[in-house]
Write a protein that binds this ligand. Sequence first.
Ligand code: MGP
Length: 231
Amino acid sequence: MAVEDTPKSIITDDQIPPNPNNEEINNNNNDLEEGEILDEGDDSSATSKPNSAAVHPLENSWTFWFDNPQAKSKQAAWGSSIRPIYTFSTVEEFWSIYNNIHHPSKLAVGADFHCFKHKIEPKWEDPICANGGKWTVQYQKGKSDTSWLYTLLAMIGEQFDHGDEICGAVVNVRNRAEKISIWTKNAANEAAQVSIGKQWKEFLDYNETIGFIFHDDAKKHDRGAKNKYVV
Ligand code: MGP
């Protein structure tokens, strides 16, 4: 499936309207960038250097995917309405997209919003995901925005000791809850999965027990799949 590389597709998409909190987030972002990227102490160099030089490449490229809840409500096969909306490979591109999309608390019930390593589709059927599984944390409706951001930052900032094991993350917005899951590649590698689960809980300051489900079990048992690991 082709990935659209233009931010326009995000901003004009009816399903992902601009984030009303842009101002606040942009301000924070500006604070960060002032120290990190722009050297404003020296006027001559600030004007002579193009801003495009000040980019911070990420170790991996990542793609945001969105599943439109309205399309999902039709009798279509699962996954037929999931589409890639934007791929980013620098810190600056990440913030420019993050600041222009709604966060989980503002997404419609039924929406699924994914951030996966480029070229990995957020589906059990993707060959890289096929033998994997997922850890899930759960929040009350409207309460997952900060953890979604922290999850994204930890993933794209390569904060996990077993970051190579990670495919991506998804937030599922449902009636009573918002669930965030991290998908991994080799579910059978218990040590790596447990390490990811423990580190994730620390990053989120999440105190409840969380469970890891193998995609294979989810396929066989639908919503009855049991946790294989807990941390
Ligand atoms: P879900 O959306 O991951 O769970 O999967 P949730 O949020 O508990 O359920 P929801 O009804 O509130 O959305 C729900 C169902 O979607 C699964 O039981 C599968 O039937 C189907 N499904 C989910 N995923 C992630 C996949 C997938 O990757 N491939 C296929 N073929 N079906 C999937």
